[in-house]
Design a protein around this ligand. Structure first.
Ligand code: COA
Length: 245
């Protein structure tokens, strides 16, 4: 019987800085392979996160780098994002992303107990992991409005779409854990199980809807601009966030 790979998950520190380049390279090549957008990070930025103890790094038992994720704070600490999740390709699909996310979530809760924790993702795997931690899908209006956070999207291929939607929607699904107002992880896990097929379809429809004006724009040679309605009201419905076309 094949033996299950074991991993060491550590809070990163200055001793891990030599891994910054390989992490950044893997983030970029994975985004290219998926054909999705990504906010680019520099090796120096990753090193800073390591020195500050605001990152989690994973290794195999033999010391081979296997995965990474870091913490960012926005709106003067009102919000925390767990960003840059990456698992090295040979170690995917063995539960490592789940372990890393659990550890970075615990580190975030401990370091910033009052902060709302959020993430943006185009992937169903990450939606599933987040749901198991108690995150729920939300509209972009419920995320930080810190300019510096959104400036990070400038290097993403979908930035034009984000701006055409007044920063209210894009390819990514937003998910949030609010320590003061959240579902229990059992509830969000159940919701995801029950609706994952629908979520997958909504994500496809949403991406098609968001891309359509740009396809048209290229065909007709003029810019499409559809303003999405958003009254900023928080609806306690998992589906609400998908309908902001
Ligand atoms: C997305 C990524 C982090 C997942 O890492 P991983 O270690 O393979 O994930 P896990 O093994 O912990 O899987 C978690 C769950 O998601 C599922 N999953 C993993 N990859 C999946 C995929 N491509 N599509 C659908 N589900 C997937 C797993 O089956 C697992 O579900 P289970 O609990 O029912 O077994 C990894 O593929 C990666 O680094 N991709 C490139 C970077 C990226 O997309 N980062 C996320 C940015 S938001």
């Amino acid at each position: 019987m094949e033996q299950q790979q074991q991993f060491k998950i550590l809070i990163a520190d200055a001793t891990h800085q030599d891994f910054a380049q390989i992490i950044v390279d893997e983030m970029e090549s994975s985004a290219k392979a998926r054909g999705t957008g990504i906010a680019k990070r520099s090796p120096d930025y990753i090193k800073e996160k390591m020195r500050e103890g605001k990152a989690v790094i994973a290794f195999t038992e033999d010391g081979i780098w296997a995965g990474f994720c870091y913490i960012e704070t926005w709106s003067h600490g009102e919000y925390v994002a767990n960003s840059g999740l990456i698992v090295s390709p040979p170690f995917r699909k063995s539960g490592l992303a789940k372990l890393i996310k659990k550890n970075i979530f615990q580190l975030s809760r401990k370091t910033y107990p009052e902060s709302k924790i959020f993430g943006l993702t185009t992937g169903l795997a990450v939606m599933k992991i987040n749901s198991e931690l108690g995150y729920e899908p939300v509209t972009y209006s419920e995320l930080t409005q810190d300019e510096n956070f959104w400036a990070g999207c400038k290097s993403c291929v979908n930035y034009e779409i984000l701006m055409s939607k007044d920063r209210k929607n894009c390819m990514c699904t937003a998910m949030l854990y609010d320590p003061k107002d959240h579902y229990e992880p059992e509830e969000t896990t159940q919701d995801f199980k029950k609706h994952s097929k629908l979520y997958e379809r909504f994500m496809r429809i949403k991406q098609w809807k968001l891309l359509a004006p740009f396809m048209k724009h290229h065909a007709e040679g003029h810019e499409g601009s559809a303003k999405s309605a958003n009254n900023g009201v928080r609806h306690k419905s998992f589906f609400h966030s998908f309908f902001h076309f």
